[in-house]
Design a protein around this ligand. Structure first.
Ligand SMILES: Cc1ncc(COP(=O)(O)O)c(C=O)c1O
Length: 388
């Protein structure tokens, strides 16, 4: 028999229930999936053309680890103009999606045993990323009755001074659809400065905000430029998840050090994707507006429909493309409820516990799926839950 050489790090990574549910949904054509975490739209045509053109022109080589200069210039301009985040090409690094940006940022800020604050519920990749680096995730519960906004008081109680180096902040938030308010962000900023904590601000859904909500980059707040790494991505805004391209902007020394590490993770983000990303930023922006408008149309329908289903309670999500209804009245765990919907209604959703133990009592519904399919899925859910 072959000796088991899989590291504890690898073998202890959690097996995602979401992955399993999505595979079942993909195999059974009668299932409608409200599981996806990626846009259902194709990438804009001008972006695809730019990618093809750059391949024909021989952009098939490595790029500099920090990213191509022209792209970093365009990103710095975008961050300064649209987000109020002071940026120059020297404090920007282009990464293979923000997933790699998160990992590089964490690699640079924590040593084994050091803490990183995250939210519960929160994006499911944060905790394993911290644990892979032998860091300690410090989960701050979010409460529905507080609009899933982050409570700094609660955070204060859980932080071990000098052992907590960083926090990952996510707005608009996956899975709750919360857009953090200016008040919350100002409190977090004061807390971070007082406790010398670096804020890793994951703004993957920055453009997907609706109604009266406004996205604010915490890096734009007074005095925060030395305390924040801002992470954004082309995956959601431009429907380009398969291109694997995102970027981070932060203090020069941290970005320099991330670029050094980048050589050992992927050398550089894919060159063809960087050329496509440059077109996405510099070319026409009409596609973004159209996608946001369509997400908003679906969002309104989802909220209206969920409100009409007995025992479903859903706070109005104002960002990203998720609703996070409370299903605790049904007396089943989140996992059992998601399984029930999959078996009886043939609708795939994600149990709230995938996003942390405080996601118990909720399911995540994604509206990154065609309007008609979402309607049909909600009809089916309505029918089966009325029989419980
Ligand atoms: C909050 C959040 N951050 C980051 C990512 C990953 O994005 P990327 O494709 O840029 O790696 C996702 C993807 O679902 C996400 O939901």
């Amino acid at each position: 028999m072959v000796r088991n050489i899989i590291s504890e790090r690898g073998s202890e990574l959690p097996v995602s229930t979401m992955g399993k549910l999505i595979s079942i949904a993909a195999e059974d054509k009668s299932v409608i999936s409200l599981g996806p975490g990626e846009p259902d739209f194709d990438s804009p045509k001008n972006v695809i053309r730019a990618a093809k053109r750059s391949l024909d022109r021989g952009y098939t080589h490595y790029s500099p680890p920090a990213g191509r200069l022209k792209l970093r210039e365009a990103i710095a301009k975008k961050l300064s103009k649209e987000n109020g985040v002071k940026a120059t090409p020297n404090n920007v690094i282009v990464t293979s999606g923000s997933t790699e940006g998160i990992l590089l940022a964490l690699m640079n800020t924590i040593d084994p045993g050091e803490g990183v604050i995250i939210t519960d519920p929160g994006f499911l990749a944060y905790k394993p990323a911290i644990e892979l680096l032998n860091g300690v995730p410090i989960s701050i519960p979010l409460k529905e009755e507080e609009g899933f906004q982050l409570s700094v008081d609660r955070m204060q109680d859980m932080v071990i001074p000098e052992k907590t180096n960083a926090m990952i902040l996510n707005t608009p938030m996956n899975p709750t659809g919360t857009v953090l308010s200016k008040k919350t962000l100002e409190e977090v900023a004061d807390f971070a400065v007082e406790n010398e904590i670096l804020v890793i601000s994951d703004e993957a859904y920055e453009k997907l905000v609706y109604s009266d909500a406004k996205h604010i980059s915490i890096g734009s707040l007074n005095g925060m430029e030395d305390h924040v790494i801002t992470l954004q991505t082309f995956s959601k805004t431009y429907a380009m998840p398969g291109f694997r391209v995102g970027y981070a902007c932060g203090p020069d020394n941290i970005i320099k050090s991330m670029s050094k590490l980048h050589i050992f993770s992927s050398i550089s983000a894919p060159t063809v994707s960087q050329m496509a990303a440059l077109e996405a930023l510099k070319g026409p922006q009409g596609a973004v507006g159209r996608m946001v408008k369509e997400y908003d149309r679906r969002r309104k329908m989802v909220i209206r429909r969920l409100k009409s289903i007995p025992n479903f309670f859903c706070m109005e999500p104002k960002g990203a493309f998720y609703a996070f209804p409370n299903i605790s009245e049904f007396g089943m765990s989140s996992l059992d409820f998601a399984k029930f919907l999959l078996e009886k209604a043939k609708v795939a959703t994600v149990p709230g516990t995938e996003f942390g133990s405080h996601g118990e009592g909720y399911i995540r519904i994604s509206y990154a799926t065609e309007y008609g399919k979402i309607e049909e899925a909600l009809d089916r859910i309505d029918r089966v839950v009325s029989k419980i």
